[in-house]
Design a protein around this ligand. Structure first.
Ligand code: FAD
Length: 539
């Protein structure tokens, strides 16, 4: 491989890394006179947004209220939500839905008792009202497609696909003092060249980091790139220890990231050990209907106790026709892997689902680096606290993306002079003939995070994980200095960085709160404090 630097650097008034709900809505809100570039690692629609099923939480019903939505969010966040951020998001929920509808997003409707057509709202865990607006069970697909279609018809926006941002470039890295963004390095996967892209406004909209765990419901894009890049550029991160796990993901070597809806348990499905024994009633009197965290923790406990790699979810005792009618997608998908759920229990594992912490931002998406913004799942905005309430995350993406766009629009001037960024230096590196090392490190990292930093933690496991991650980081850095960059290497380096941040945050929290549960400190402390980490180049 010949990884020459691509000498002609591109320039944009605003450069957005990520084309999910956060990146696309930010681009669409910017004024037309600004030249905007949007990067994505794969095709533009690939990302968590596309796979969101449930919907967007919003106060739309006459019987609901902003105060009720705020109270529910605060309760879910277990004392750690920042109230101004919660209010900021919830107060904008109706306006966000109206904006999506104006772009052509079609949400499900129904006819009310008085004959009026109104949005069909569902109620999800933690919400005290029906307030989740949705497009059947494929809300993310509908939102992504409409946002993308609107963005492609805006001439000021260019898409750079199959292009991976490697690192943020700041003025202090160039020896120019202050900490101001001036562009990025990115790997063009088609030409295998590293290009520089100059911009005075860079937005990280790169999504979460759930791929740091062996099992995840997230697509391959969720490798925490934005969080790792922001940390290297000098930004603080917060609350990285709060990782949400979905209790039931299909366990099958060919089935990547397929969620088995919690509605199955609502319809009577029973969780069983591999020997067929039902076990949930030993953990909670509500058995299978206990909250998501309790169910995930019980499954994890049994898997670790027995040393097994999955448990079973059994709905085969229900009439086959009812199962097929209620769960057509799950029935078909499992059947495609040879599992007839009307006769056979489904092998499942819990899976990492959502990254609650991330890059610290203010209410306008600003980070600790001038000109560098962050929006969406890659951020810590103060909304989620110690646990994300269902369907608040897409809302967070949209609200903060629009706020950041307004902030950028008020300060950005077209025709800014772009700083000269030195080309990527690949003169000292060679092709790697040891890709097996990368593959091995990927597996080792995700497995150790799953086993030692997963749903139930202890100081002993965290310290052991920390030692191993530091060693992996040294090996990865060595490889990175000597070889051409590839997608696998870039993501591995970022995942190892994120793993280190998760472990450091988890070790700091001497209590169990929200999604962080440790056997060493099972109680909650009286004071709720965010875990804020600062890199050495923060000051
Ligand atoms: C299965 C599933 C179901 C969900 N259901 C719901 C739901 O019902 N309601 C809800 O509110 N939330 C839900 N969520 C969570 C929600 O979908 C995400 O939090 C949200 O979509 C994140 O959007 P985002 O724009 O921040 O990131 P994403 O949509 O993940 O987009 C990230 C983008 O960044 C790009 N990218 C990443 N790194 C780089 C890089 N280095 N260089 C270039 N590009 C990069 C990717 O290519 C992608 O375009 C669900 C998540 C999953 C996985």
């Amino acid at each position: 491989m010949n990884q020459r630097p691509h000498l002609s650097s591109e320039q944009f008034d605003v450069l957005i890394i990520g084309s999910g709900a956060a990146g696309l809505s930010l681009a669409l809100t910017l004024p037309n006179h600004l030249k905007v570039g949007i990067l994505s690692k794969e095709r533009p629609l690939e990302g968590s947004t596309y796979y969101a099923q449930g919907g967007v939480a919003a106060v739309l019903d006459d019987y609901d209220s902003i105060d009720a939505h705020i109270a529910d969010t605060l309760r879910a966040g277990d004392g750690l939500c920042q109230k101004p951020a919660v209010r900021f998001v919830v107060e904008r929920s109706r306006e966000i839905v109206e904006w999506l509808v104006s772009l052509g997003v079609k949400f499900d409707t129904r006819v009310s008792a008085s004959g009026r057509s109104e949005f069909h709202l569902t109620q999800e865990g933690g919400h005290s009202h029906r307030r989740v607006i949705h497009a059947a069970d494929a809300t993310g697909k509908e939102i992504s497609e409409q946002l993308y279609s609107a963005a492609t018809s805006k001439p000021s926006i260019s898409f750079l696909t199959d292009t991976i941002a490697l690192d943020i470039i700041t003025t202090n890295q160039l020896g120019l003092g202050s900490k101001t963004v001036c562009g990025i390095y990115a790997l063009n996967q088609t030409t295998q060249s590293v290009t520089t892209i100059a911009s005075p406004n860079v937005v990280l909209a790169t999504g979460g980091a759930s791929k740091v765990y062996l099992y995840t419901s997230n697509p391959d894009t969720a490798s925490g790139d934005g969080i790792a890049m922001a940390w290297r550029a000098g930004c603080r991160v917060a609350n990285m220890e709060f990782n949400q796990f979905h209790p039931t993901c299909l366990y099958h070597p060919q089935a990547k990231s397929f969620l088995i809806s919690e509605a199955l348990r609502g319809e009577g499905a029973i969780l069983r050990l591999p020997n067929g024994e039902a076990f949930m009633s030993r953990f909670d009197e509500r058995a299978e209907l206990a909250s998501r965290d309790i169910v995930a923790r019980a499954i994890d406990f049994e898997m670790k106790r027995l040393g097994c790699d999955h448990v079973l979810l059994d709905i085969s005792h229900r009439p086959a026709e009812d199962v097929k009618r209620h769960f057509p997608t799950i029935y078909q998908r499992c059947l495609s892997f040879g599992i007839d759920i009307t006769t056979t229990p489904i092998p499942i594992v819990p899976a990492a689902h959502y990254t609650c912490g991330g890059i610290m931002t203010d209410l306008a998406g600003r980070t600790d680096v001038n000109g560098l913004y962050a929006v969406g799942e890659s951020t810590y905005t103060g909304l989620h606290g110690a646990n994300r309430m269902a369907s608040n995350s897409l809302l967070e993406c949209l609200v903060f993306a629009r706020a950041a766009a307004e902030e950028i629009a008020s300060s950005a001037r077209p025709g800014t002079t772009f700083l000269d960024i030195p080309a990527w230096d690949a003169s000292q590196v060679t092709s790697s003939e040891e890709d097996v090392l990368i593959a091995h490190n990927w597996d080792e990292l995700r497995r150790l995070m799953w086993n030692y930093v997963g749903i139930v933690r202890s100081d002993a496991r965290l310290i052991r994980a920390q030692r191993r991650v530091k060693l992996l980081q040294r090996e990865i850095d060595e490889h990175y200095q000597r070889h051409f960059v590839t997608r696998d290497l870039i993501e591995l380096r970022n995942l190892a960085q994120v793993a280190d941040l998760i472990i450091a945050s988890a070790l700091r929290r001497k209590e169990s709160r929200g999604l962080h549960y440790t056997t060493d400190y099972p109680e909650k402390m009286s004071e709720a404090i965010d875990t804020v980490l600062a890199p050495t180049n923060y000051a």
